[in-house]
Design a protein around this ligand. Structure first.
Ligand SMILES: [Zn+2]
Ligand SMILES: [Zn+2]
Ligand SMILES: [Zn+2]
Length: 250
């Protein structure tokens, strides 16, 4: 690819990142961190090697405090600018949304959809949902990205997906074939550590609020409230953080 493709959603240039593939040359993935999504040329998503998945988690973790944009209602193919067609794919761990070019150029996938597609998510248990409802008012649906009131709704009212969470154990299982024996043992130890998701959500949002305040200070705009009750928990970012902590420990 000679030119940098535009994000199908916000139309800004995407970041091009190179990743190891199972066979043949490296893969180039085009990523937009603001829109939380990436573009896969035809079949690219099937070829990511485990080392590339590790690299991807590292990148997502590094960008955890980036500002997010809502997805545009109409998206354009970065190769031919034709409108992308929205559809659902189904895997064992759930349904996920995908945006395809009708001319077979490829597909735009949100980070959440990618995690679901790879089998990296699991459904949340009722006690987990109840506990989280006490800590945060809303969460972003892992399936479609919409903010959802978890105290009222039992599934996402927009895409009907059950509440799900990145599962470090599922990621670890996928990595095991790749990790060396020593790393594998540490992987097991790391994934056995229990984590309070509610705590992790609140901590992440505090970091983000702080980062946002820094940004506003730099822009010389005034800032007023830093109110915890308006938190919308970002399960995806929390899950990425947990996985990255595990991968780093191994
Ligand atoms: Zn974008
Ligand atoms: Zn196209
Ligand atoms: Zn949803």
């Amino acid at each position: 690819m000679s030119s940098v493709p535009s994000c199908p959603s916000c139309r800004q240039p995407m970041e091009v990142h190179r990743f190891a593939s199972h066979a043949g040359p490296e893969l180039e993935l085009d990523i937009c961190f603001a829109c939380q999504g990436m573009w896969f040329d035809r079949h690219e998503n099937l070829k990511l090697a485990p080392a590339a998945v590790v690299g991807l988690f590292k990148l997502l973790h590094e960008h955890r405090e980036d500002q997010h944009l809502p997805l545009a209602t109409s998206m354009a193919c970065p190769r031919c600018v034709a409108p992308l067609q929205k559809g659902f794919d189904v895997v064992r761990s759930g349904r996920y949304m995908i945006y395809r070019c009708g001319r077979q150029h490829g597909r735009f996938s949100t980070f959440s959809s990618f995690m679901t597609e790879k089998g990296f998510v699991r459904h949340m248990t009722r006690p987990e949902i109840d506990d989280m409802a006490k800590r945060v008012g809303a969460i972003y649906c892992t399936s479609c990205g919409a903010p959802v009131d978890i105290r009222k709704d039992h599934a996402c009212p927009y895409c009907r997906a059950a509440f799900s969470l990145i599962d470090p154990q599922a990621v670890a299982r996928a990595m095991e074939g790749y990790a060396e024996a020593g790393a594998r043992a540490k992987l097991h130890a790391a994934q056995a550590a229990p984590v309070d998701i509610g705590d992790a959500l609140v901590a992440l949002e505090r970091d983000r609020t702080r980062a946002e305040r820094e940004r506003q200070k730099k822009a010389f705009t005034s800032t007023s409230d830093d109110d915890d009750s308006s938190i919308t928990g970002d399960l995806l970012a929390v899950g990425v953080g947990l996985v990255w902590a595990m991968l780093k420990a191994s």
